[in-house]
Design a protein around this ligand. Sequence first.
Ligand SMILES: Cc1ncc(COP(=O)(O)O)c(C=O)c1O
Length: 377
Amino acid sequence: MEDIPVIDLKKQYESIRPELDDAIARVLAKGSFILGAEVTAFEKEFAEYCGVSHAVGVASGTEALQLALLACGVGENDEVLTTAHTAVATVSAIEATGARPVLVDIDPARYALDPNLLEKSITPRTRAIIPVHLYGCPVDMNPVIQFARKKNLFVVEDCSQAHGALYEGRKVGSLGDIAAFSFYPTKNLGAFGDGGAVVTDNAELAERVRLLRQYGWKEHYISSVKGINSRLDELQAAILRVKLRHLDDWNLRRRELANLYFELLADTELVLPTLSENSLHVFHQFVVRHPQRDALKEYLKERGIHSLIHYPMPIHLQPAYAELGYSAGSLPNTELASREVLSLPLYPELTEEQIRWVCQNVIDFFDRIAKPFFKSV
Ligand SMILES: Cc1ncc(COP(=O)(O)O)c(C=O)c1O
């Protein structure tokens, strides 16, 4: 069996090459490259897809979060609740607004912030909560939203890993006040470079993001507020429009392959992802857990099966964030997850045969390596 990478974007390109080549050629022929007709069309189509009234294309997922927070009025001296078990971008976006990230431990079933810990994490400075729909698994939003309403906080969803996921029949991105998406190339909906979007049902918030993404310009060259440069370009928008048409099929394929993993790994010692009846997981990653994660990763690598760790070091323990004042042991579920999680290969272009090969090797690991003592008695 050939090596199995963690993702294969060339295969995805090949699968829809004529559509993508047409879209790219259309943009090049038109000669308009920033915030033009493709971006406007993509914003309309993506808003519709998410079930909201507004989408604003921006330059990355990180800046989508930053601009969403700024639009909510978050800034200096404010606090924003989120988790340390996420891409560092979630936390760096909070800091880019001048606010302070306050990190809440996770509920290990969904790898998302534990709603039971929100009460003890807020202060009079708390302005917003960022629930992160990690790995494609929707956060249990009802308790988060109830808490936020009671305390008058904004809910800013981080949907960077969950394009198309559903919670109680509604798309993620339509559940809180405003939401951020990343279109980093490896995401379920990925551009051919950086890109992001902010989506919301709130016209006022959408308008503020529109201003902020381009120097605060209402009309050209006149800043009505202080903004930044975070624009989506036409090429990325044209590519995203093509890929958006395939997103539901790709997500379905991810779920089918995930089901095969569930079936074939059911009798192993691995902790498998949690599925909830009220939500639809889109398996951006297929994340398993085991205390011997490092040995398993190495065993698979020796057999040409590549895997990743999302994330090997919780943000509060990373050198750059020491100043936040957390120490080892302060977020126990987060810290344990970072030692045990492993993302197995999962992308729509994988074959069932490849998934079977991964599972066969996982099973071999447990037969041969993980329990040598038990095998010899
Ligand atoms: C959960 C999460 N939030 C935010 C981001 C930031 O997105 P980007 O890389 O587009 O800035 C990412 C992607 O890396 C992510 O996975």
